[in-house]
Structures are given as C-alpha cells and as structure tokens.
Design a protein. Structure first.
Length: 312
C-alpha cells in the first residue's frame, strides 16, 4: 500500500463504499450538507491550502482507501486526520491500520509535527479499535448534533517523537516516575476490573528504596518522562520490573528499547521478570526478546503471575 494525492477521479470509487446515511455521517460527521454527496462535493471539501487529501492504493494501483491530513490551526504544529475510509470489502484485514501508519509517517516526515489528532463517534467501535491499535488514546469526549440527533464522540491523539532519550533516573525524577506508574498501570488494572494491584499502591518511599538498591531508567520526550524501567541484582540474577510507557506513546517500540537498555547495564547475567497471565501484549514482547517461562504463581483467585528468564 502507498498514499498518493487524491484526485477527482478517485471520488466515485470512494463514495461507492458508503452504503447508507448512517455510514455517511460516521465518515463525514456534519461536513456535508446533503446525502448522497457527489464527486464535486468531495472536491469542494478540500478547497483549502491547509487540507491535504490522499488516496491509498495497492500494489496494482487499485484505489482501496482514503484519508486527509490537515492543519487545524495556524500554528501548523498539529496534524488532524479525517475522512478516513477503507474499501468496505477489505475491512477487518489490516488495511485501515496500514493506511493510518502511512499517514502517521507522512505527518512526521513531510509536515514535521509531533502530535496527531482525530475524532470518532462512539457508534463506530471498530474504528476506535483500529485507532487504538496504532497508538491513539482518548483525550476527551464531545456531543455533536447530527441530522437532528445527538451523537457522542471521542477525541483521540498520538504523540510522535523523533529522538527519545533513555538515561538513568535521579532522585528528583522519582515522583514523576511514580505518577507515570499510576497512569500507565491503569490499563493493567482494567484487565482485572480492580485498582487493587501492587503498582497502583506503591509509595514514593518504596520507589526510593528500589532506586538505592538498583538501577532506574527514564525515557524522556517532549520535556517529560514518558517511560521507565528498573532492575536490581541479587546473587547473579537481575530482577527486572516496572516497565512502563505513557499510554499516549505506546505501540512505538519504546518498551523494547527500555528493556534492551536495562539489560546493557548488567553483563553475563540471568534476567528474571514477571507479568500477569492476562497481560498478553507484555508476554508476547518478552518472548519476542528471548525470555522464556519457567514458573507460574497464583497470587489471588483472580491473579496469576508468569515468571520468565533470559540468560545473557
């Protein structure tokens, strides 16, 4: 797949994917005054120097998707995505995710922005899941008047970082890292339907104690700490824990970078870490990086930990 500039010849194909007025409003919100739209209506939507429409094509040149990038204000520091659509016969096969990834790359490379936003209606859950799969997170909600009715929608955004920096944390960083921990582990708590998990109950004194007995790393971008990991060594075994990435910066490989970096602080050692049986994304990442399961432990009736190891 690749993105090329939209042309009026693409419009009939793109508009043919919209089967009814509800789908039309999910795609366009209130941007069009009438349904069904005509190709010239679509072209008129893009008659602005701050709007950049693109068509997604496959290797054979067939039109399979459409998306626009635009500057929402004169600062030109943010790109907003819109009019996102994939050929309805190709949905559920990863094409939407691939098109979004190309759009994110284009926003970073060609428009030099570090934040991308979009809006989506609550009645479009498959689109929400697609946006989340490439790293978008919900930042707010809103209500829209659509054809005389109220539709609830979500605002989502993703941050792009050119050169994140991983360094050792200092004592002054620990409070910020703990606040990040409380935020990052909300998704873990949601897997169990409870906030009663150790990372959400840890105190600053306990973090300081861990700081003094081992190594805590921080990942810094946009002038804030957006990731962290810690480890300490006992009797030749390095215990790795509290690998976390800010929800707005996930799916960018930062967890892998943090784990690689902490391993570099300890040579020719056995590394041990654990995760819950419900944390499948974490488990897949650890296994991908060479960690192998060696033990399981029941913590509560609802919580089971998987222990993994890796020898370097």
């Amino acid at each position: 797949m690749k993105l090329r500039p939209f042309s009026i010849e693409d419009a009939p194909v793109i508009l043919s994917w919209i089967k009814d007025k509800t789908d039309f409003r999910k795609w366009s919100a209130d941007r069009y005054s009438s349904y069904p739209p005509k190709p010239e209506d679509m072209l008129a939507q893009y008659a602005n120097d701050n709007i950049f429409p693109f068509t997604a094509i496959d290797d054979a040149g067939k039109v399979i998707g459409h998306i626009i990038l635009r500057y929402p204000d004169s600062s030109k520091t943010v790109i907003r995505l819109g009019f996102i659509i994939i050929d309805n016969q190709l949905r559920g096969k990863g094409y939407g995710k691939q098109m979004l990834e190309l759009a994110i790359q284009k926003a970073q490379r060609d428009y030099k922005v570090q934040k991308i936003t979009l809006g989506v209606f609550d009645n479009n859950p498959s689109a929400i899941r697609c946006y989340e799969s490439v790293g978008f997170t919900v930042t707010g909600t809103d209500t829209y008047l659509i054809d005389g009715g109220q539709w609830m929608g979500k605002e989502m955004e993703i941050h792009i970082i050119d050169k994140p920096v991983i360094t050792k944390a200092c004592l002054e960083d620990l409070q910020e890292i703990l606040q990040l921990q409380y935020l990052a582990y909300q998704s873990e708590a949601a897997l169990f339907g409870s906030n009663d998990i150790p990372p959400l109950k840890q105190t600053i004194d306990e973090v300081i104690e861990e700081y003094h007995k081992g190594v805590i790393l921080k990942l810094v971008a946009d002038n804030k700490i957006i990731g962290s990991i810690r480890a300490w060594e006992t009797e030749g075994t390095v215990h790795v824990g509290k690998l976390m990435v800010h929800p707005g910066y996930r799916h960018c490989g930062y967890g892998t970078k943090l784990l690689n970096e902490i391993e570099s602080y300890f040579s020719q050692k056995r590394f041990v870490l654990f995760t819950s049986t419900r944390s499948m994304n974490n488990l897949r990442m650890y296994q991908r990086m060479g960690y192998k399961e060696f033990e399981r432990k029941d913590v509560t009736a609802e919580l089971e930990f998987i222990y993994l190891e890796k020898k370097i």
